[in-house]
Design a protein around this ligand. Structure first.
Ligand SMILES: *[C@@H]1O[C@H](CO)[C@@H](O)[C@H](O)[C@H]1NC(C)=O
Ligand SMILES: *[C@@H]1O[C@H](CO)[C@@H](O)[C@H](O)[C@H]1NC(C)=O
Ligand SMILES: *[C@@H]1O[C@H](CO)[C@@H](O)[C@H](O)[C@H]1NC(C)=O
Ligand SMILES: *[C@@H]1O[C@H](CO)[C@@H](O)[C@H](O)[C@H]1NC(C)=O
Length: 315
């Protein structure tokens, strides 16, 4: 038998009760000035040029979306509320192989939970707040993707406003291999980006896409042949956008958001995610198998070919 991760009960009830549309209720963090480019965020370094902030994620070895990165990204995103200095934010990675690998699977594991003090419930709450803020804050978020973005990594990417991708890009939703589903907005946003049939193809199979394929179906806006050109083009777009008034930019984003996935559909996904995780012993078996095969979420051959290896989690 297996026991259910305690964090899940809390997360589930949190989601059911929450309307999931007011980010400003989230425990407010330090102000923008307090955590600026010189102090950094531990797993995220920032630099500012005019009204453009470049945030570079560096959480070795694989840019895992764990407690540290979730906390830093949450603080960064919250620091962008109630300010007008920064108009455009670029989310980039310092790791050539990983943009954001995926969620810390220990958080989903009953047998191998995160270490004491590493509160999985809080990481769960923070990802919901963070992706909601990416989509709703009056700041434009550009994902400069190069490397892998599976699961939560792709969920963060698809909830940015614009995606440009480099040659190392590999995107997928791997949840099906764990016998669960994308619970933090990845499912609904992917449907919105690539349509029902393609979203079903990729979410049901866990298959990955490269940058060129992703650009051809609308998963990313554009693909570039080198990381240098990617960065140049992202910077050029960011600075062009930032040259216009914040009121126009936020007004446009707000009106485009009329068509974004509803808070109800997103909350429903998270509820379904939690229920699949809690109800199925197969989900716990897959997390155990994953932690073993990936050599505990390190830069292992299994991790580098995660989407291709997905069926082995249930073998
Ligand atoms: C932004 O300002 C509103 C209104 O003053 C406040 O309620 C909210 O807590 C602020 N949010 C952050 C993240 O500082
Ligand atoms: C960043 O924060 C530190 C410490 O609070 C402060 O000394 C420094 O002047 C700040 N730098 C900028 C560019 O605001
Ligand atoms: C800042 O951005 C401008 C474009 O607006 C660019 O010409 C300049 O080189 C950038 N500065 C740095 C330090 O990156
Ligand atoms: C984890 O965080 C949740 C939400 O903040 C809190 O209710 C719970 O007591 C925390 N658990 C531990 C072990 O600190």
């Amino acid at each position: 038998m297996f026991s259910i991760p305690k964090a899940l009960f809390f997360l589930l009830s949190f989601v059911i009760r929450s309307s999931w549309c007011n980010t400003n209720d989230a425990a407010a963090s330090t102000s923008y000035d307090e955590r600026n480019s010189s102090t950094g965020y531990g797993t995220i370094s920032t630099s500012i040029n005019g009204s453009v902030l470049r945030a570079t994620i560096n959480n070795p070895p694989i840019n895992l979306y764990d407690q540290k990165l979730s906390s830093d990204l949450f603080s960064l995103v919250n620091s962008l509320a109630n300010q007008t200095e920064i108009k455009v934010v670029i989310l980039a990675s310092a790791n050539p192989d990983f943009w954001i690998a995926h969620y810390d699977i220990h958080i989903l594991s009953a047998n191998h939970p995160p270490p004491p003090g590493d509160n999985g419930t809080e990481t769960g709450i923070r990802i919901l707040s963070t992706v909601n803020s990416l989509a709703t804050l009056p700041v434009i978020f550009i994902a400069e993707i190069n490397g892998r973005a599976h699961g939560a990594g792709n969920e963060i990417a698809v909830q940015c406003d614009i995606r440009y991708a480099g040659p190392g890009t590999i995107l997928s939703q791997i949840e099906v291999g764990f016998n669960i589903l994308p619970g933090a907005g990845g499912l609904q946003y992917l449907v919105a980006l690539i349509g029902r049939a393609r979203a079903l193809e990729y979410i049901l199979s866990g298959n990955s896409v490269d940058a060129v394929t992703a650009a051809s179906i609308g998963w990313v806006n554009k693909a570039f042949g080198s990381k240098e050109v990617l960065r140049t083009e992202v910077d050029a777009l960011a600075h062009r956008i930032a040259s216009f008034t914040g009121k126009a930019l936020s007004g446009i984003k707000q009106r485009v958001n009329v068509n974004k996935p509803s808070a109800e559909s997103l909350a429903g996904d998270n509820e379904a995610f939690s229920q699949l995780l809690v109800e199925q012993p197969a989900a716990q078996r897959a997390t155990d198998r994953y932690l073993e095969l990936s050599q505990d979420q390190t830069r292992s051959p299994f991790e580098l070919a995660l989407s291709e290896n997905l069926e082995r989690l249930n073998a």
